[in-house]
Design a protein around this ligand. Structure first.
Ligand SMILES: Nc1ncnc2c1ncn2[C@@H]1O[C@H](COP(=O)(O)OP(=O)(O)OP(=O)(O)O)[C@@H](O)[C@H]1O
Length: 244
């Protein structure tokens, strides 16, 4: 577990702000800013076979970090190095087309992730079975509940078997049985020496599966290190805030 498979060096990410709209015209006094820095100067690496947890309050930049790692967005400054295949982002079906059926979205997402049609043909039954969607796979995804969408997204990503799996809170949704099954599937990947980067608000999950943790606060890297070192600091910080 010593080779760095991912490296972030002085990485900064911004979103454009201040888009004009009729509503914003009503609030002209609002100070206009050009950009918002969602991630500021991140520096850490991820080793092959490691499970890295990403923690932080709402809006701290965790999902933005996963978008960078998956190549969905590019950094404004700094470097992001991946050694090997690009990581696959397992988000809540953000890439789904609501008008297409579950099956069509399986193909769409898999092909977008760089997999060949024959590969998807071979995995199709596994994906459908894991998702437990039954005949709903023939229905348009816009008719799915958020839990059903996330089950489909999880099933696609886990079945395509990427070297680096990026997981965004997917275990926080879905019912208890599906959560347990997903957790088991992730543990299985971990056993196979896959690299996993997981964003979660669940301290128990972090303690259970993560080797190391990066704590992001207001876009900055507040701490990175062993789970046993970072999680208590984060908990103390959060408890301190709750008492204020
Ligand atoms: N497309 C966007 N345009 C402008 N600002 C954005 C955009 N996406 C995210 N942000 C802002 O960037 C910051 C970080 O958002 P991000 O979704 O990465 O946080 P997060 O830590 O994943 O939050 P949560 O725990 O609530 O999911 C937030 O302040 C958010 O408002």
């Amino acid at each position: 577990m010593s080779t760095s498979i991912i490296e972030l060096k002085n990485l900064w990410v911004s979103y454009p702000l201040g888009k004009k709209s009729r509503i914003s015209d009503l609030f002209k006094k609002r100070k206009e800013k050009k950009e918002f820095w969602a991630l500021k100067n991140l520096n850490f690496d991820v080793k092959k076979g490691e499970v890295l947890g990403v923690i932080g309050r709402n809006g701290s930049g965790k999902s933005t970090l996963l978008k960078i790692l998956s190549g969905l967005i590019l950094p404004d400054k700094g470097e992001y190095i991946v050694r090997g295949k690009r990581p696959v982002l397992l988000s809540l079906g953000a890439g789904f087309d609501g008008e297409l059926s579950g099956i069509e979205n399986i193909y769409l997402n898999s092909l977008l992730l760089g997999h060949k049609k024959e590969e998807v043909d071979a995995k199709l039954n596994d994906i459908i079975e894991f998702s437990e969607l039954g005949d709903f796979v023939y229905e348009p995804v816009r008719t799915y509940s958020s839990g059903m969408r996330s089950r489909l997204a999880f099933s696609i990503a886990i079945s395509l078997d990427p070297d680096i799996l990026l997981i965004d809170e997917v275990l926080g949704v879905g019912d208890q049985a599906f959560r347990e099954k997903s957790e088991k599937a992730i543990l299985e990947k971990i056993k196979q020496d896959k690299t996993v980067i997981i964003v979660t608000h669940s301290a128990s999950l972090v303690n259970k599966i993560c080797d190391r943790v990066v704590w992001i606060h207001l876009g900055e890297q507040k701490a990175v290190g062993l789970t046993a070192e970072v999680v208590p600091k984060y908990n103390a910080f959060m408890n301190g805030r709750a008492k204020k």
